[in-house]
Ligand binder design. Sequence first.
Ligand code: FAD
Length: 458
Amino acid sequence: MTYKAVVIGGGPAGYVAAIRIAQLGGQVAVVEKNKLGGTCLNRGCIPTKSLIAAVDKLKAVEDAVQFGIEVSKPDINFVKIQARKDEVVAKLVEGIHFLLNKNKVKLFTGSAKIKAAGVVEVENNGETEELLTENIIIATGSSPALIKSLGYNGTSIMTSEEILRLPEIPKSLLVIGGGVIGSEFAHIYGSLGTEITMLELAPSILSIQDAEIARRMQSIFKKRKYKIVTNAVIKKITEIEGGIRAELENGDTIIAEKALISIGRTLNTQNLGLEEMGIETGSKGEIKVNDQMETNIKGVYAIGDVVMKYQLAHVASAQGIVTAENIMGRKATMDYSAVPSCVFTSPEIAMVGLTEKQAKDKGIPVKIGKFNFMANGKALSMGEGEGFIKIVTNAETDVILGVHIIGPHASDLIAEGTLAVKNGLTAGNIAATIHAHPTLAEAMMEASENVHGLSIHG
Ligand code: FAD
């Protein structure tokens, strides 16, 4: 038989594309060499958020006394925390098996490679099989990036993969790279009592965030006694008795029990037959695609981390849906005008659209509205008044260009900002929308009112 499409990789890009093709009536196969759900479910979004949920519970217990609830000092059973995380992951992976089955998506286990136009070869334990297909979707994702001088050994010097499986809480952790992944692990282990040092090459951690938000998070981390070294250039890291030693270019040394390398992601594009097929790649090895997610070779599509547009699960899935619809004869186009992204620290951070600097660099006249959670009744009731919402608007049209949040449930609140940016709403539109009381969402309304100097509680 000839499939409508064969998808290589069963992560959030691949399995979503496959299900949508099946929903639209196409016969589709997924080839996965490891576990369904990819990085997101097995080594990324879900296990980290499951650990974060555990440290959130710990904080709730520690803070309970402020609410008049006396509790004794909590005991941390890290083995149980890890086991619960593994259960959550297993349940979700099982759920994807169920969904593929329900939608009659054929699953092949093995490593896939494009053999020729319309032919995918699957190799499993030395056995090979060829699948014939009208279309091929490359959704092979990414893996942790490594640099030789960082001395990766998978035990004391780890990536995000091994740190998720630690059997014990380390006494001290050196986090190399203060991006989203580094910050989330600093938050997880810092909350569990690990002494944290973060090294960041840039002048600030979380440098893709709005500068004010990044500064606030950095100061919150510092208040928690995390040591943060910015503009830090590492010469090398070596294993020593009982831990690691990092040497910096400026002569400083840092000793810790463990080190986490979180310096970015490398693309899983090797041995896929890209060169043999003449599939075009960019300077960083990313697979080049058009807005329909098609490569330069007709009928070959690429989605998710391998196209290196945004390395986020929800973008990967959106690209999967666009691809599926194009393959099934609908004309769909990727629209990146409103991509939310979140950092699951405490408080959370979330952003969508342009930062103040990006808007100004584009020559747009900018007007800002802000609102502090300290003046929001719900946030104060919850004991989570730390943080603010910042709305970036076009001063001439009032159109919302970006929303930046640091505060409680920022990752949920950003949905309203995303809807606003995507649909060209104005600050006036949000300000004129009645928001339920008492809710955190009222802070969005007040920040929008503040653009016009009319916030009631600000
Ligand atoms: P992947 O999820 O990497 O899946 C690719 C799949 O392809 C894998 O299962 C792999 O085994 C398979 N594969 C590769 N090569 C072959 C082959 N030749 N044959 C067969 N199968 C193959 N994103 C968010 O949006 N929110 C978050 O909170 C978040 N947290 C993260 C935390 C961490 C620690 C990490 C590392 C990432 C996080 N991400 C998060 C990013 C997110 O995980 C990725 O953007 C997403 O998984 C990309 O999806 P994908 O389908 O492109 O690739």
